[in-house]
Design a protein around this ligand. Structure first.
Ligand code: PAF
Length: 282
């Protein structure tokens, strides 16, 4: 397993693999890898001859008041995890390697990004689309692997790939949870012991909402209000949003009459966490 920091090194390595007729999977990450990332690497390793993991905290997808400076980083830990899971190459660039002076081209999307996280993080998806496009151009993978915890991100990336005729397969992988239900996230590391316990309201409310759906409730307002009520029992929790949207358009819907995504974002203390469930497989 190799770690490289320049675009040129990635291109050289991928070109060598291509000469040998090998397929390449890409797992884009911001590092501080956990079992959620490991599941993406496992999937890529099982479906491709070689797997590249990008490990880059992308400044462009953070708003001015967000946690860019404090976002956890640990390349040694990441390297050990990638190696243990059979990844072949880590691309770990400096911001200046990705965004040279005078950088001024962006990939933006006018649909799917206006709701959910797009409302509270207005620059986020432009940053994600731009960096993911760059990573696709640099690695030119056959397939790229993303977690369903970032369900809106996955929908946005699928849409971008379709709109811009990008020649690769996008694979969405299931949410990986701690034993007590909390969705794995690099941001969980910000939580104090008390907050870690409080954070369980997210997965509990997801379970509550999904049970209501499975028991036949189709009124979205009723599901949302039961979930909100549960989250509000926890004094350390502050709801950013609890929404049910059309899984294809990301627009809120009143009734469950089509495949839908129920998504939540909740602050636990200062840490913003997300979770979700789909009403049916999409
Ligand atoms: O999901 C993430 O970790 C990031 O948004 C991604 C896709 C690696 C782009 O920076």
């Amino acid at each position: 397993m190799k770690i490289v920091t320049t675009v040129q090194e990635v291109r050289q390595q991928v070109a060598e693999w291509r000469k040998q007729g090998l397929t390449v999977g890409l797992v884009p990450t911001m590092g501080y890898l956990h079992e959620g990332h490991a599941s993406l690497i496992d999937r890529s390793v099982s479906e491709n001859d070689r797997t590249v993991v990008s490990d880059f905290v992308n400044p462009m997808q953070f708003g001015p008041t967000e946690d860019l400076q404090t976002y956890p980083r640990d390349i040694d830990h990441d390297a050990a995890l990638v190696e243990a899971h059979g990844g072949d190459l880590i691309f770990h660039p400096e911001p200046s390697e990705m965004y040279h002076e005078g950088f001024s081209s962006f990939v933006d999307m006018t649909v799917l990004t206006q709701e959910l996280c797009g409302l509270s993080r207005p620059v986020h998806f432009r940053g994600v689309c731009t960096v993911v496009t760059k990573l696709f151009n640099i690695v030119q993978p056959d397939a790229a692997y993303f977690g369903k915890k970032d369900a809106q991100q996955l929908a946005v990336i699928r849409h971008m790939v379709d709109d811009l005729n990008m020649n690769l397969r996008i694979v969405g992988c299931p949410i990986v949870r701690e034993a007590d239900g909390l969705a794995k996230s690099s941001r969980n590391t910000y939580l104090s012991a008390e907050e870690r316990q409080a954070a369980l309201v997210l997965s509990q409310s997801i379970r509550l909402g999904s049970d209501m759906v499975h028991n036949g409730t189709t009124d979205c307002a009723a599901i949302i209000s039961a979930m909100q009520e549960h989250i509000n029992t926890q004094p350390l929790a502050k709801i950013d949003y609890v929404k049910i949207v059309d899984a294809a358009t990301m627009q809120p819907i009143p009734t469950l009459d089509r495949p839908a995504l129920c998504a939540i974002a909740v602050y636990i203390g200062k840490t913003r966490l997300i979770d979700n469930f789909f009403t049916e497989d999409v």
